[in-house]
Design a protein around this ligand. Structure first.
Ligand code: S3P
Length: 450
């Protein structure tokens, strides 16, 4: 899980059109939350379609370490025998969250209102990421924290026996911060309120309601989302079917758009409004994308996304759209390299604190492949249509989405594109490279015969 072993150098090369009907793994956000909420319920939660990636498996281990029992069955479904809200056990050893920001931050929220001491560690990428954004409100609720590296992992937290409810206005557009405070509020007597000036993905709210929490969401006169949670409910186990992850689907979608002649369907994708900013943007760029077979599953809209190769044009992506496509900017930058004219992306400050500084990592990767771009403090402009692109080796900085984005670039660039380490792809999309090959992509591991 730590990716300390030898790096996996992978190259993709321009080749045939991509064709086929595929499925991508289950949504990462929903997978993490299914395991966590299942662990906090009394009884057995059943999960179909769980994303079995390193990040999510780290969450399963974390829940097992505090007394729940997450278990995979022969037919592929998972069950979680919940330990019940308020009854988490103190783990015997430090918990390793690997590369997973969502796992670590949401679990901090859960542990914060349980009287247990937990030491949390992560890989080099996670150990660089800011945790103060979550630890600060949790301290206000009474959690004790020892984090000697300036509120970064490794950190030890001791949850409060008598946690205090909080009203908290989230200072940055972050579903993880919102969720951590709400999850701490679950085992806190009284009312916890989170005010969200900018709406972010709402899986925590929707799923907590499904598990039986008392929660309401209103929009106040200033247009802010106000989420009110009554503490100490008895959570009831659920049957969860995890839809396909739109953030993973983004890679084959952009690949199909930029490889001439391609025609690809990605089935069963979550179409939650807070997650489909990339589709909106690609449509504005002139992409031939249709949503087929739209249906509802577990309170969410899902559908099949049909994509054909398209002539794209550059657009300006407004800052307000950032929360609904926050994980998709790296691959949008690849689409932008094939569009006529400039694509300018605004409001990207949160990209600086992802698995890598994604704004810098994308800009360096584009430059290494002769794609003109301008990196601003919180903006990126990519000039499309350059010739002779590709041929570079991209530093992925333990960031799965940087690796996948540039491997998509190689499928359509004039020269092959290499990533210095594809192993972090296993954190979110372990079947990515086999799927690219299945669609007709040319993928080569270092040491493999050409
Ligand atoms: C996530 C929220 C987002 C996103 C991450 C998953 C979640 O992070 O980037 O991949 O499941 O809540 P932020 O909340 O920090 O923006």
């Amino acid at each position: 899980m730590s990716h300390n072993s030898s790096p996996q150098i992978v190259t993709t090369t321009k080749g045939e059109a991509l064709t086929g009907t595929i499925r991508v793994p289950g949504d990462k956000s929903i997978s993490h939350r299914s395991l966590m909420f299942g662990a906090l319920a009394v009884g057995q939660t059943k999960i179909e379609g769980l994303l079995e990636s390193e990040d999510v498996l780290a969450t399963a281990n974390a829940m097992n370490a505090v007394g729940a029992s997450c278990h995979k069955h022969e037919d592929g479904h998972w069950t979680v025998d919940g330990v019940g809200l308020g009854s988490l056990l103190e783990p015997e050893h430090p918990i390793d969250f690997g590369n997973a920001g969502t796992g670590a931050r949401l679990c901090m929220g859960i542990f914060a209102s349980h009287p247990i001491a937990v030491t949390m560690v992560g890989d080099a990428s996670l150990s660089r990421r800011p945790m103060g954004r979550v630890l600060d409100p949790l301290r206000e609720m009474g959690t004790q924290v020892i984090a000697r590296r300036g509120d970064r992992l490794p950190a030890s937290i001791r949850g409060s026996e008598t946690p205090l409810p909080l009203t908290y206005r989230v200072p940055m557009a972050s579903a993880q911060v919102k969720s951590a405070v709400l999850l701490a509020g679950l085992n806190t007597p009284g009312t916890t309120t989170v005010i969200e000036p900018v709406a972010t993905r709402d899986h925590t709210e929707k799923m907590l309601l499904g598990f039986g929490a008392e929660l309401s969401v209103e929009v106040n006169a200033a247009g802010e989302r106000v989420i009110t949670l009554q503490g100490q409910p008895q959570l009831k186990p659920q049957s969860v079917t995890v839809p396909g992850d739109p953030s993973s689907a983004a890679f084959p979608i952009v690949a199909a758009l930029i490889v001439p002649g391609s025609n690809v369907v990605v089935e069963g994708i979550l179409l939650n409004e807070q997650r489909i900013g990339l589709i909106t943007t690609l449509l504005e760029m002139g992409a031939d994308i249709t949503i087929e077979n739209e249906r509802e599953s577990g309170g969410e809209k899902i559908g099949d996304i049909h994509v054909r190769h398209s002539n794209l044009k550059g657009v300006t992506v407004p800052a307000e759209r950032a929360p609904s496509m926050i994980d998709e900017y790296p691959v949008l930058a690849i689409a932008a390299a094939f569009a006529q004219g400039d694509t300018t992306m605004l409001g990207l400050e949160e990209l600086r604190v992802k698995e890598s500084d994604r704004l810098a990592a994308v800009a360096r990767g584009l430059e290494a492949n002769n794609i003109p771009c301008i990196e601003g403090k919180d903006t990126l402009t990519v000039t499309g249509g350059a010739t002779g692109i590709g041929g570079g080796t991209v530093e992925t900085h333990l960031d799965h989405r940087i690796a996948m984005s540039f491997l998509v670039l190689g499928l359509a660039a004039d020269k092959p594109v290499t990533v210095d380490d594809a192993s972090p792809i296993a954190t979110s999309f372990p079947s990515f490279l086999p799927l690219l090959k299945e669609l007709g992509g040319t993928v080569r591991f270092q040491g493999e015969n050409a």
